[in-house]
Design a protein around this ligand. Structure first.
Ligand SMILES: N[C@@H](CCC(=O)N[C@@H](CS)C(=O)NCC(=O)O)C(=O)O
Length: 198
């Protein structure tokens, strides 16, 4: 059975778990909070000490977006959550990189800094968050979903830390199209909302 190391409050883990559920794959969830991630045993699996980690028989993968791509290419033969064509795939990949770049260092970092005592600059993370939220809001003025005309792993990857952006002191007021999109993602059967810290 597939094993997923994660924690309830990890947006990186959230995106992977939602895809496992949507693909109706059986998986065992292993809670790996900070105390677990610094153990020798855990660091043997991922020397970076990060979650999520996915173990599928002999395959051991870290990095959430790598795991999303692995799962769709291995288990989503009809490409419900991915694209069959190279242009559609490129469109999706752009959003995966935004999730691991602008979103990770924007709203995700602001949340970690504000609520989990991170040592980064809260103001800088919030400023990066507003820049990417403006970009996404403008995009969603024209499109229903981030990539293609359906929900894909692009939306699963970008959703978690945007949905709880307020926990990093970032109000979504004024980002009306982003708010509409969050609601749409949460209305998809099988998707659980990103849990909040408080
Ligand atoms: N690029 C990684 C980042 C994952 C990540 O930052 N995970 C956090 C929890 S949400 C973590 O394990 N942090 C511990 C650390 O970096 O030491 C991914 O996309 O999975």
């Amino acid at each position: 059975m597939i094993k997923l190391y994660t924690t309830a409050l990890s947006g990186h883990g959230h995106r992977v778990e939602q895809l496992l559920k949507l693909l109706e794959l059986d998986y065992e969830k292993i809670d790996a909070p900070h105390e677990v991630r610094i153990t020798t045993e855990f660091l043997k699996i991922n020397p970076l000490g990060q979650i999520p980690i996915l173990i599928d028989n002999e395959v051991v993968l870290s990095d959430s977006n790598t795991i999303l791509l692995y799962l769709v290419q291995k288990y989503d033969r009809v490409c419900t959550w991915y694209a069959k064509d190279i242009i559609g795939q490129a469109e999706i990949h752009m959003w995966l990189f935004i999730a691991s770049g602008e979103i990770a260092f924007g709203p995700a970092l602001a949340r970690r800094t504000k609520l989990l005592n991170g040592d980064a600059s809260l103001e800088e993370a919030q400023a990066r968050a507003h820049k990417i939220l403006t970009f996404i809001n403008n995009h969603l003025k024209k499109y229903t979903w981030l990539a293609l005309d359906k929900i894909t792993i692009a939306d699963l990857a970008c959703y978690p830390y945007i949905a709880v952006a307020d926990e990093g002191g970032i109000s979504l007021d004024g980002y009306e199209y982003v708010k509409r999109w969050i609601k749409q993602v949460e209305e998809i059967q099988g998707i659980s909302p990103m849990p909040r810290i408080k």
